[in-house]
Design a protein around this ligand. Structure first.
Ligand code: PMV
Length: 314
């Protein structure tokens, strides 16, 4: 059995985070500049059934058997073995690395799961189809927060722009004219589980207010899709600004995100919003291609700890 390496990209949500958990449409795109990588190699000195996992960035080096059942890496491996109906695989080592910042709304958890599921299954002689990989990765996503919409694992698995409605078959769509997004990291660590939980509490306390916010955001996603398909970047920018305003009302922004969003708009962005779970992590800004480098510098000067320029296209 030979060594297998698989990668999976990061992602950003262009429209519809949080509202997507409540059945509204959302749009997400892959970010190929950052990625997770899983390498599976045979462990020739170990007995069959032995699996060792290494993830240097989180200082993990452990036999699978010693990891908690709710460890995300362990779960990705055990779910894959279960799906393949393999109880005693040939001994292997799994090494996971990632350039996707953690807990920043860039889909690091989903990308790690997808790369692990693909690498382990292929090492064991089976290439799983996207639908199966997506289903298994969704099971792991449930660890991060109990009620994931499934958008992260879907966009990362298919590595294409997706128009996503929870519980429905995902749709990809054509981008007629590439557009450029600058991603700015606030550097504020913010696990998705806590903002998703807070939105749930807010919704339970004032359902009417939240349902209206979710619906309004869903309408923005619906309008954004044709704008992307027809290359109307100016419209897209305005829709992003409107989406950010709704997320502020939902209580998932924070001073650092609002400040970078404002800086981007003042510097001539077509639009800007937070992206992902919020309260930290990343904001995104739509710019004219020639303005991308200057925008990245402006965001850095305004406190962004990292910036990524990405082109969205087919
Ligand atoms: O993983 P993040 O931080 O990009 O957030 C995922 C998007 C949410 O809508 C907040 C949650 C979900 O499950 O869709």
């Amino acid at each position: 059995m030979s060594k297998i390496a698989k990668t999976a990209p990061g992602k950003i949500i262009l429209f519809g985070e949080h509202a997507v958990v409540y059945g509204q449409p959302a749009i997400a795109v892959p970010v190929t500049q950052v990625q997770a990588k899983a390498i599976v190699s045979p462990d020739i000195h170990a007995d069959p059934g032995s699996i060792r996992i290494e993830a240097p960035q989180i200082e993990l080096k452990s036999p699978l058997a010693d990891l908690a059942i709710d460890d995300a890496l362990a779960l990705a491996v055990t779910l894959t073995l279960k799906y393949l109906e393999i109880t005693r695989p040939p001994a292997f080592k799994l090494k996971v690395t990632s350039t996707i910042p953690l807990a920043a709304g860039l889909g690091s958890g989903a990308a790690v799961s997808v790369s692990v599921i693909r690498a382990v299954s292929e090492f064991l002689g089976q290439v799983l189809d996207n639908e199966t990989v997506n289903t298994l990765a969704y099971e792991v996503e449930k660890l991060h927060h109990g009620t994931p919409s499934g958008i992260d694992n879907t966009v990362v698995t298919y590595a294409q722009p997706v128009y996503f409605v929870r519980g429905q078959t995902m749709e990809t769509f054509a981008v007629s004219r590439d557009f450029t997004i600058v991603i700015g990291d606030t550097g504020v660590f913010s696990p998705t589980s806590s903002t998703v939980g807070d939105v749930r509490s807010g919704w339970e306390a004032s359902q009417e207010k939240y349902d209206l916010l979710f619906e309004n955001i869903g309408t923005l996603s619906q309008k954004a899709r044709p704008a992307i398909e027809q290359g109307e970047t100016e419209v897209l920018g305005e829709l992003m600004n409107a989406n950010h305003a709704h997320l502020v009302k939902m209580g998932v922004s924070c001073p650092e995100l609002d400040s970078l969003v404002q800086v981007a708009r003042d510097a001539g962005a077509l639009g800007a919003k937070l992206s992902g779970g919020g309260r930290g992590g990343n904001m995104i800004t739509l710019v004219r291609p020639d303005d991308a480098d200057a925008m990245a510098r402006t965001l850095t000067e305004a406190g962004a700890t990292n910036t990524i320029i990405t082109r969205v296209g087919t």
